[in-house]
Ligand binder design. Structure first.
Ligand SMILES: Cc1ncc(COP(=O)(O)O)c(C=O)c1O
Length: 375
């Protein structure tokens, strides 16, 4: 099967272990196992749970304990609506494989995680891109979406909160999109891996799976829950959709690791503490980033409302890849070039790293920009 190379992941693979300060990362600064166990009050007792664990395939669809903890993140979902997968990346891939066939009409927002347009394209679908534009604060233009819809549209793939822009569709907008999809009987896949990181309130915005009878939400442990190393995600959807996904999952997953499943359940059961830490990082750090953007004449943005990333527009006569390579070489700081996500003229910054890393990284970027001279 032919598929386009995954721009962002290739960039990350090439440089993330070679930079000094990683401001390209999209996870909330990952926790250690010790931090998680301390939050859960299990440091002294965890082996009592782990030692008797048989390291077989475990519960094929995910443990009941984990699926209940995931269902509790949603307003209207039960255990039977949750299918545990290998990361959100595995969850997304399964949804596309299960729903999309050659010749289907698929609409995907751009920019977003490349899976959402390159996988359906590789299957042979007709993929139309709905551009998120700066002048609309990187929110979808619903009139444009309406004009794109056909009676045969199979799937609309959206991403809320959005990577890379940090834009956030509220419940009213999600419901409007559901209404449009309902009109043509299309499925909506909403990649919600950043759900829980809103800058205000408890961090959560409504989930598409709760708003639409053909709504599918994917998410996982990597971002808000700060545990990317568990490689654990899920699909939340109506049961028949999960049954269709299971047919493919039997070929490429079997089950996730049972220790990962156990630790994910522990983290979600202690979600308040995990999120208190995550919100401290995302909210303090966005404040720092906002102050920096304000003072940098060559940098512009739409300030994120959620997520862990921001798209920075720069006023320099160079491609985003050259910008990022020069910054890496001269200052050891890693950003992600907009070209890797079809947004030339911009760079993506991940600001949910440790606060010191962010501060040092921004100071070095300022030094780099200063060498380019004042405007
Ligand atoms: C929008 C989006 N979806 C999915 C993923 C993959 O997440 P996971 O680590 O849970 O597989 C990412 C990772 O950056 C992402 O940004």
């Amino acid at each position: 099967m032919q598929i386009k190379p995954f721009g962002v992941e290739m960039w990350m693979n090439e440089f993330e272990t070679r930079c000094e300060l990683n401001l390209a990362e999209t996870c909330v600064d990952s926790m250690t196992l010790g931090e998680l166990l301390d939050m859960a009050g299990q440091r002294a007792t965890v082996l009592d749970a782990l030692l008797p664990m048989r390291l077989g395939y475990g519960d094929i669809e995910g443990s009941a304990r984990l699926r209940d903890a995931v269902a509790a993140l949603y307003a209207k979902q039960a255990r039977e609506n949750v299918l545990v997968c290998h990361g959100t990346i595995g969850a997304n891939a399964l949804v596309h494989q299960a729903l999309v066939s050659r010749g289907d009409h698929v609409i995907a927002v751009v920019p977003t995680y490349q899976q959402h347009y390159s996988i359906p394209e590789s299957i042979g679908a007709e993929v139309e891109l709905l551009r998120l534009r700066e002048e609309h604060s990187f929110l979808p233009d619903l009139a444009a979406l309406k004009a794109m819809l056909r009676p045969t549209t199979k799937l609309i793939a959206i991403n809320n909160p959005n990577n890379p822009t940090g834009s956030l569709m509220d419940q009213a907008m999600l419901s409007e999109i559901a209404g449009l999809a309902r009109g043509v009987g299309a499925w909506i896949l909403c990649d919600e891996v950043y759900r829980g990181t809103d800058q205000t309130g408890d961090g959560y915005t409504a989930s598409m799976a709760d708003l639409y009878e053909q709504g599918i939400s994917t998410a996982g442990m990597s971002k808000a829950y700060s545990l990317a190393g568990l490689r654990l995600g899920w699909i939340v959807a109506p049961k028949p959709m999960l049954e269709a996904a299971m047919i493919h999952r039997d070929y490429n997953t079997i089950s996730v690791g049972c220790i990962d499943d156990y630790l994910a359940a522990l983290a979600l059961e202690n979600r308040d503490k995990v999120l208190t830490r995550a919100h401290r990082i995302t909210r303090d750090n966005l404040g720092i980033l906002a102050g920096w953007v304000e003072g940098e004449k060559r940098i512009g943005w739409v300030k994120p409302k959620s997520g862990t990333t921001a798209l920075l527009k720069y006023d320099l006569p160079m491609t985003s890849r050259d910008f990022c390579l020069a910054l890496l070489e001269q200052e050891g700081v890693m950003l992600c070039p907009g070209s890797a996500m079809d947004m030339e003229g911009t760079v993506r910054i991940g600001y949910a790293c440790g606060t010191e890393v962010l501060e040092q990284g921004l100071a070095r970027i300022s030094r780099f920009l200063a060498r380019k001279g004042n405007r």
